[in-house]
Design a protein around this ligand. Sequence first.
Ligand code: EPZ
Length: 421
Amino acid sequence: MDRFVIEGPCPLEGTLQVSGAKNAVLPLMAATLLSRGVSKIHRVPSLRDTRTMARVLETLGAKVQMDADTMVVDTTDAKGIEAPYDLVKTMRASIYVLGPLLAHHHEAKVSLPGGCAWGPRPVDLHLKGMEALGGQIDLEGGYILAKTSGLTGAHIHFEISSVGATANVLMAAVLAKGHTVLENAAREPECTQLAVALKDAGAKISGIGTTRLEIDGVDELGPLDVTVIPDRIEAGTFLAAAAATRSKLTVENVLQEDMGATIDCLESTGCSFQWGDRSVVVDGTRAHDPINAVTRPFPGFATDMQAQTMVVACCMDGISVITDTIYPDRFTHVAELRRLGADIRLDGNSAVIHGVDSLKGAPVMATDLRASAALILAGMVAHGSTLIDRVYHIDRGYEGIEKKLQAVGASIERVAGPPTP
Ligand code: EPZ
């Protein structure tokens, strides 16, 4: 298993390019199963998760090829209906094929995703939505068995704002006969992009970008042709890096309208921002004040920015409080940050962080995707060597992160680790 070795502290300077959004491309890939034909998805990042989703599609009979950063998915002969455990266990988002398979093939056998590093990740809202649309759902041997004689529209109210359930049920509803209303739908930019792409392929959807989506089912959908939006979490990670290392950076391929809560949070520390067209100059040289952040569904502060922001808080003066209302247990990075000298106390789903004068390099272990990103930021701030184990987590969601950071002055090297125990 690869490791990262980081020599800190690393002041950063220069320009960072943001890749296409992992959490947008995964549902778009699943949505290709709604039609028979050749779909094209442009600006696809090269990630473990996109490669895993490609394997899921190929297991279902699709042909997936990359042409530069365009993914070409031919679903003409995609007749499979089973997403196997050995793939789903490595990536929860595989469950996104459930809606398209049920809608298009009237049948699906999808492994239940397991939990993740920080706790259970239920899928009850996905299943309730499919049942509301006329799917018959059974759970057997760790698999979701779904069948229907044909989906029909329904009025569905999600009791929790769920990105995955919104995307999955939306994909099922576009081919369901009749009218569907989705209340309390997630409106993360990645969900909005999916809805727009489905509409461009012939779906009838209104209320896009709001928490109430209305869909009139169509008999069939054309192939997708879509360009993936920038990854707002990768962009936010780079902005946090500037604040933590007190650097000035240019970040390119970023949409201001997707970054509001992250910008507000970092501005509260004393960072300043100058926006261009799809780019921003962040000045973190005067970052100083503590943070008070609470994660919320979009447009609120993203839970996927919680760990990275905690590293910024470790480096600020005074006491910061970061609360995660989406995933109350998403704090596996805290113990690792403490090994670097951070002063963090957990109180329920809140972390209380006392800023320290400096962090000290040490060996640490990545536990999940965003925790890994946090440890990289911390390694760039800490004095001395930081060794991050299990960086396969970071390769799931950040395209070539060490090369991007090396280009702006970070001393970060990928080294081969001992074989997997
Ligand atoms: C998506 O996960 C993202 N993953 C996550 O990003 C992100 O943290 C999360 O949304 C929240 O923004 C992808 O897009 C691939 P949810 P998802 O359904 O869809 C509860 C990353 O780092 N819930 O919006 O699984 C759930 O437990 C990843 O890129 C149910 O109770 O999240 C949570 O408390 C990590 N039942 C809340 O809803 C359900 O059926 C929001 O989860 C589904 C969710």
